[in-house]
Structures are given as structure tokens and as C-alpha cells.
Design a protein around this ligand. Structure first.
Ligand code: TXA
Ligand code: MG
Length: 353
């Protein structure tokens, strides 16, 4: 398949939107990461998203809308909390999970009765949704298991020849995926941490917001399946059910897969800064003396880390890094969200100092 590249001009966005309308796949920028978009209500189109990404069948998509009223087409009922949070955080990097309407195919929701919805703030994303007249299902535009794309070049590297279109937009300013908040239970619960933090959500709602407890556990990460598309309706779903039944697995199916993994071995150094500096230096010297290509990942602050972390991982691959030494971030607020990704990239390989 030949992938068509679009600019973000009005005329090009019209063309890209035409593709979406016809059930084709288009990668597009959002403020968080690039998304791989398809008409969320078109089963065949959504199945092709799983196929193009090599995405596990039980991993549901986030559905993107451009107007709050579009939510009525997707959610059975709109919880009061959703209206309050949308008022404050939409458009923006917050995804909310609600009970789905029957019109939303199960293939879009990975077989679940709930649907995840977000209104992105990126202007190009909003125009694409608006022009297509569809709610757009969009996972991150990477091959399953790879770091999420924060530049169009990343999406192109993974998906060129596998999808119909890619919009060459700007670089993503948030850089980590949206906060995923489950509103179907008694207490609003964060299933995936992001730039919108629990304390911000809790302040706006005026009540506690919980974190899914699996976010604090070391999860045994499963290999995502590549290649063939997977049937979301399949009953036999890759072990996820047993984990869920035992209450140990994450509530968000995507959180249990091996993710963001660079090609090289990755080690995180955590603890006293002076000790970390020394340990990184020594490890680097030793590895280089053995002839290994080494990359060090360090960020001054957590926002910068969010913006740059996935790019650093992809750069490491491009540079042929065989060993990646990363400085841990302080695990509060946004730092916690970046650490959630960093720990998975490194397969929880942490040196405590
Ligand atoms: O920032 C983002 O959210 C980006 C951009 C493109 O919007 N999208 C994104 O999609 O990160 P994806 O598919 O890579 O991650 C979606 C996450 C997965 O962990 C998935 O399991 C979870 O959201 N999710 C989606 N629907 C869900 C549902 N109904 N219940 C529980 N988790 C859900
Ligand atoms: Mg993803």
C-alpha cells in the first residue's frame, strides 16, 4: 500500500478526512502523541487499525470527538463528573471512560461495554475530526510495543506502507499519552496516568480520585502480537481475563503489554543524585570499554521529560544504542506518569542507590 502524506493545510485536511469517511486509516497529530485514526463506528476500519499496528485484540481504542455533544452518540449516559471535567479539561489530554451506546462496535472497545472518549486540543486533530464528520478511534500511531510517536517521522517509520495516510503536523507538545480516567465505578479512578494529574482532577471534582492499584505494582508485561489483525470479539483473550478475575491485573487492558521498549538494554538509576551520577558514569565507562554503544537519558524536569522521553527512546534505537542508562524522575505528579512509561521501557530494570 502506498501511504499518502498530507500537510496540515485546509485542502489537505479535507482529503485526509475523505479517507477517514471511506473507512481508511490516517495518522494525525494530537497534543499528546500522534494517533492512528479510523471511523470509530466502522467495524471494518477499526479492525484494520488492529492489523496495521499489530495490536492485541483486547486492547480498546480511545474515541476522539470535536464537540461535547458528540459524546451523546457514544455514551449511554453522561455522568455528571464527565460534564464537570470536560468543562475544565476538554479539549485536552484527558480521556474518560463511560458505559457505551450499542452503536459503538465492540471491536472499537476491545470487547468491553465501556468506551473511552477524548477531545484533543490540537487544532489539526480537531479539524480532521470535524471535517470527517466521524468520531475517530485512534490508538497511538506506533507499531504495538514501540514507543509512542511524538513526531510525524516516528509514525512514518512504523506505519509507512501499512496505512493510507499520514498528516505531517508539528511535534507533540505534551509527549506522553492522555490521562485515562474510569468514570464507571463508585470512585473516579485513573487507569493510565498522564499530564492531567489526580490532584487536579480531584480539585475540580471536589472529591477523591483514585489510582488503579496496578499502577503501583510491577506488572508482568506480555508480548504484544505483531502482524495479523486480531479479532476483538474472540472469547479467548490472551490471559487478560484471569488477571482481571484475580483483581491483580490493570483495569486498562493496554497497561499489561510490553510497551515502549527500545532495542538496547535499559537500566534506570534511582536514589541519591550524587550516587546516581557516579553509578551512571562508572557503568558507562565500563560498557564503552567493552565496545558498547551507550546512551544516557536525563531530564531537568518532569514536563520536559514527558515531552522528550519517547523521542529519546527512538533516538536511542536510531543511534544503535546497546545500553541505555536513564536517570529516574521524582515520582510525584507528572514525574509519576513519565516513570510509569520509563519503568515499562526498561522492563522494571532499576538500580536503587
Ligand atoms: O493521548 C492519547 O490518549 C493517544 C492520542 C492518540 O489520543 N492515544 C492513545 O491510545 O494513547 P492508545 O490506544 O495507545 O491507548 C489507549 C489506552 C490503552 O491503555 C487502553 O487499554 C485504554 O486506553 N482504554 C481504552 N478504552 C478503554 C476502556 N473502555 N476501558 C479501559 N481502558 C481503556
Ligand atoms: Mg499506545
Amino acid at each position: 500500500m502506498k501511504t499518502i502524506y498530507f500537510t496540515d493545510s485546509e485542502a489537505d485536511l479535507e482529503k485526509a478526512a475523505e479517507l477517514i469517511k471511506k473507512g481508511k486509516l490516517v495518522a494525525f497529530p494530537t497534543e499528546t502523541v500522534y494517533g492512528l485514526g479510523a471511523d470509530a463506528l466502522n467495524e471494518a476500519a477499526v479492525k484494520n487499525v488492529y492489523k496495521a499496528k499489530g495490536r492485541p485484540c483486547d486492547n480498546p481504542m480511545i474515541v476522539h470527538i470535536s464537540h461535547f455533544d458528540d459524546l451523546k452518540l457514544l455514551a449511554e449516559e453522561i455522568p455528571e463528573d464527565a460534564s464537570v471535567l470536560a468543562d475544565r479539561f476538554w479539549p485536552g489530554p484527558l480521556t474518560m471512560i463511560m458505559n457505551k451506546k450499542p452503536a459503538v462496535p465492540k471491536v472499537t472497545t476491545g470487547g468491553l461495554d465501556t468506551v473511552a472518549v477524548r477531545m484533543p486540543s490540537d487544532k489539526v486533530a480537531l479539524k480532521l475530526i470535524e471535517k470527517s464528520g466521524c468520531a475517530i478511534a485512534a490508538p497511538s500511531a506506533n507499531l504495538s510495543g514501540k514507543p509512542s510517536p511524538t513526531k510525524w517521522e516516528h509514525a512514518s517509520k512504523d506505519l509507512d506502507g501499512r496505512i493510507e495516510g499520514i498528516i505531517r503536523g508539528g511535534d507533540c507538545q505534551v509527549g506522553i499519552e492522555s490521562t485515562v480516567l474510569d468514570l464507571t465505578g463508585e470512585i473516579p479512578t485513573i487507569l493510565r496516568p498522564g499530564i492531567v494529574t489526580a490532584s487536579e482532577l480531584s480539585e475540580v471534582l471536589g472529591k477523591p480520585v483514585e489510582m488503579d492499584r496496578s499502577l503501583f505494582a510491577k506488572i508482568e508485561l506480555k508480548e504484544p502480537c505483531y502482524g495479523e489483525g486480531s479479532e476483538a470479539e474472540d472469547e479467548d483473550r490472551d490471559g487478560g481475563e484471569t488477571e482481571k478475575a484475580s483483581g491483580m491485573g490493570p483495569k486498562s487492558p493496554g497497561m499489561k503489554y510490553k510497551h515502549y521498549a527500545p532495542k538496547g538494554q535499559m537500566v534506570i538509576f534511582q536514589g541519591d543524585r550524587a550516587k546516581v551520577d557516579l553509578a551512571v558514569k562508572e557503568r558507562r565507562q565500563k560498557a564503552e570499554a567493552e565496545g558498547l554503544q551507550v546512551k544516557v537519558i536525563f531530564f531537568d524536569d518532569s514536563r520536559e521529560a514527558a515531552r522528550g522521553f519517547f523521542k529519546q527512546l527512538r533516538d536511542a534505537d536510531d543511534e544503535g544504542a546497546e545500553l541505555i542508562l536513564a536517570y529516574a524522575l521524582e515520582e510525584n505528579e507528572v514525574g509519576f506518569s513519565v516513570m510509569n512509561r520509563m519503568l515499562k521501557s526498561a522492563g522494571y530494570n532499576v538500580v536503587q542507590l
